[in-house]
Design a protein around this ligand. Structure first.
Ligand SMILES: O=C1C[C@@](O)(C(=O)O)C[C@@H](O)[C@@H]1O
Length: 173
């Protein structure tokens, strides 16, 4: 990774939780058309953690194929993290419990997807079968999708700048 420095308006070492939902554990075996050449979820997590280091923030990663474990993680992490990035993955269209748990934390939450989940059927950027509707977006702070693994660094970069912004998402402290 390049050592170029990113200018930030703040210097707080924000702690950001990255959650990957059901099926992301199979990342290396999923469609190359949708997910690209990334080898594994561990590689993706390392990439985001390193990017976080370059930005001067701490990334805590969590993934599970079980909705209940994701709920418990959100419940127990809410007091120590400043924000969430989540790829709800297999819970995207029906993840009300997880969506609600994130909303209950009151913390900024950015939804991410490798694919453009609203792309038309047949689009090279979408899932193939056409647009799907996420149950997370309506209470998310923001969303980044359609850029494969770069969706994650897009979400992370924007979130860090927004958390540094006292008039916007900056945590009290
Ligand atoms: O598992 C996934 C991954 C996904 O969230 C994405 O990153 O593009 C899109 C979801 O529809 C799908 O179920």
């Amino acid at each position: 990774m390049t050592s170029r420095t990113v200018e930030r308006r703040g210097d707080r070492r924000h702690r950001i939780a990255l959650i990957d939902g059901p099926n992301m554990s199979s990342l290396g075996r999923r469609s190359k058309q949708v997910y690209g050449e990334i080898n594994s979820l561990a590689d993706l997590q390392r990439y985001v953690v390193e990017y976080g280091e370059a930005l001067g923030v701490e990334i805590e990663t969590f993934d599970s194929n079980h909705e209940g474990y994701i709920l418990e993680y959100i419940h127990e992490s809410a007091d120590r993290v400043d924000a969430y990035i989540i790829n709800p993955a297999g819970l995207t269209t029906k993840g009300e419990g997880v969506r609600h748990a994130l909303e209950d934390t009151g913390l900024p939450t950015v939804e991410v997807h490798f694919s453009n989940i609203q792309a038309a059927a047949g689009s090279s950027r979408g899932l193939g079968g056409g647009s799907i509707s996420s149950s997370f977006t309506h209470t998310a702070t923001g969303m980044c999708m359609g850029l494969r693994q770069y969706s994650y660094v897009g979400a992370l970069t924007a979130l860090v700048h927004a958390l540094d912004d006292q008039g916007f998402l900056a945590p009290d402290a």
